[in-house]
Design a binder for this molecule. Structure first.
Ligand code: AMP
Length: 113
């Protein structure tokens, strides 16, 4: 399958990895929108969160969130940060492999664009 984030997860596409374990890989976004912008992705290909169906998927989604909050703490984002999962065309998803954005280091606004 031709998937950028699968390639990053298996090491065939370079990325600035900040964390990895047997389930997920976290790396710096190539076009950061804030001082800290990290993507946390499952190693196993899932097109989007809409593909999560099983109890194992539920655990995996929880793990993504736990890794994100640990990375936020490691990055010193003590004043807050934003976690985002863009889903589908109207959600603004541009890469078809589930990913969680960890964005921090500046004030955020609401509603998002
Ligand atoms: P989304 O719009 O939610 O699908 O987010 C996709 C994100 O992937 C964007 O923020 C891109 O900048 C980022 N991105 C795309 N290709 C790469 C890459 N090769 N390495 C790191 N980040 C990437």
């Amino acid at each position: 399958m031709d998937c950028i984030f699968c390639g990053i997860a298996d090491g065939s596409i370079p990325a600035t990895t900040v964390f990895s374990d047997d389930q997920v890989v976290a790396f710096r976004d190539i076009h950061p929108v804030a001082k800290t912008h990290i993507l946390i992705v499952p190693r196993r290909h899932m097109t989007s969160i809409a593909d999560a169906t099983s109890p194992a998927d539920e655990l995996l989604l929880g793990h993504l969130l736990f890794v994100a909050k640990d990375l936020a703490a490691s990055a010193g984002l003590d004043h807050g940060y934003r976690l985002v999962i863009n889903t589908g065309a109207e959600g603004g998803q541009t890469v078809g492999h589930l990913h969680l954005h960890l964005i921090g280091g500046r004030s955020m606004h609401w509603p998002p664009g």
